[in-house]
Write a protein that binds this ligand. Structure first.
Ligand SMILES: [Zn+2]
Length: 140
């Protein structure tokens, strides 16, 4: 519940297929499915591999790193509970493992650029922790 607006944030739609993804996010980890046959990574969660249609997919921990391929600054939120957070940025992150993910970015508009290196940063917003992304820390 947003204390200012008294409006609940929309929850992610959790299905039996995506339940392991959300369970791992609660534990602070990003997991993706990997096809047992072609070994390609799969996201969003599915019952069959979209590359070879094999039905045996195994959940594996992912790096949590990726590159920002595109983004949009949101001034008018799609749901009223998000409005007080505007402006914020949503973008597509191409994960190091290959699949792309639509996510909320913890980056200011002036700092964002194409192919910037990002890392997952789980945020406790609303009833479910959500996998947001921020600028990747520089390595020493
Ligand atoms: Zn496959």
């Amino acid at each position: 519940m947003n204390p200012k607006t008294n409006i609940s944030l929309p929850r992610p739609t959790i299905t039996p297929v995506s339940q392991p993804f959300w369970d791992s996010i609660k534990q602070g980890k990003l997991t993706l499915q990997q096809c047992d046959k072609c070994l390609d990574w799969v996201f969003y969660p599915r019952e069959h591999c979209p590359h070879c249609f094999h039905d045996q997919l195994t959940w594996q921990e992912a790096s949590g790193y990726g590159q920002l391929t595109t983004w949009s600054v949101i001034y008018r939120a799609g749901h009223p509970a998000w409005q007080e957070l505007t402006p914020y940025i949503v973008g597509i992150v191409k994960l190091a493992e290959g699949p792309s993910l639509l996510t909320h970015l913890l980056i200011e508009e002036k700092d964002v650029f194409h192919l910037m290196e990002v890392e997952m940063d789980i945020q406790e917003i609303g009833p479910h922790p959500l996998p947001f992304f921020k600028k990747k820390k520089e390595e020493n």
